[in-house]
Design a binder for this molecule. Structure first.
Ligand code: GLP
Length: 247
């Protein structure tokens, strides 16, 4: 029953991956459980160790499994499913999932906007902007690394605030800035050494770079943020409507 089928057109490692995923989906293997060792899986499925290794490596790369040096391979905690429909804050996103949000403030300063950020915010390169670098946590675990820029004239004195909580809350409560819309892009990147260290992943690990330009109710651009989300912790989802041209 357990044996994978050798003449099948689906590669053996993929069949093993599917079996393990099925066990995760049905709860036979739960978050934190140790998956059987390479040797056990080799015997169980009657395949080579290399095949088992490939299946485990692939599931690890996709974030379903986590290898702990000297201890074995474990089922990861499920990814955060993040819909891309509404303009929400990190704090709101984590709370909605029952996770405790947190931040480590890495740096906070006023700097000249520079070209890229100036363009995004619609200000000159020399315009002073507040630059915040924060490591975002959920339940104490690193989830994302964010660099946020805000036009300094919109939020005077913000560097004196406690910036380990929600920035959107500070903008709303202290500065009366009500965010209304944003333009956002998402792309795959790999972690540089320093990013990997902060996020607790290996160098080169897959990350999702999200770039957001947010506007308030008056249409002013109030935020330009670059967020690096851990690829093994996040999954973005969206709803779609089909629009067929010419029909
Ligand atoms: C998300 C967005 C950022 C935004 C942040 C605000 O993470 N990607 O662009 O700055 O939310 O979150 P919070 O209000 O928790 O600081």
């Amino acid at each position: 029953m357990n044996n994978v089928s050798k003449p099948a057109p689906v590669p053996l490692y993929y069949q093993i991956m599917s079996r393990l995923l099925e066990m995760i989906d049905t709860g036979q293997l739960k978050a934190g459980d140790r998956v059987p060792s390479e040797r056990e899986l080799t015997e169980q499925y009657g395949v080579s160790r290399m095949t088992v290794r490939q299946a485990l490596r692939e599931l690890e790369a996709q974030g379903y499994l986590e290898r702990v040096q000297g201890k074995g391979t474990f089922v990861s905690i499920p990814k955060v499913e993040q819909p891309l429909l509404s303009l929400t804050s990190f704090t709101e996103d984590m709370r909605r999932r029952g996770l405790t949000p947190g931040s480590v403030l890495i740096s906070a300063q006023v700097v000249p906007a520079g070209r890229r950020c100036g363009q995004a915010l619609g200000v000159s390169e020399t315009e002073p902007v507040v630059r915040l670098e924060r490591l975002r946590l959920a339940g104490g675990q690193p989830m994302a690394l964010e660099v946020t820029h805000l036009p300094a004239h919109l939020c005077p004195g913000i560097l004196d605030d406690d910036l380990t909580g929600s920035l959107y809350k500070i903008l709303a409560e202290r500065y009366g800035i009500a965010l209304a819309s944003a333009t956002q892009s998402l792309e795959a990147v790999s972690a540089t050494g320093p990013e990997a260290k902060l996020l607790g992943v290996r160098e080169g690990a897959p990350l999702l770079l999200m770039e957001r330009t947010s506007r308030d109710r008056e249409g002013r651009v109030v935020e330009y943020a670059r967020s690096l989300y851990r690829g093994d912790r996040y999954r973005f989802s969206t709803e779609m409507l089909r629009q067929v041209e010419g029909e």
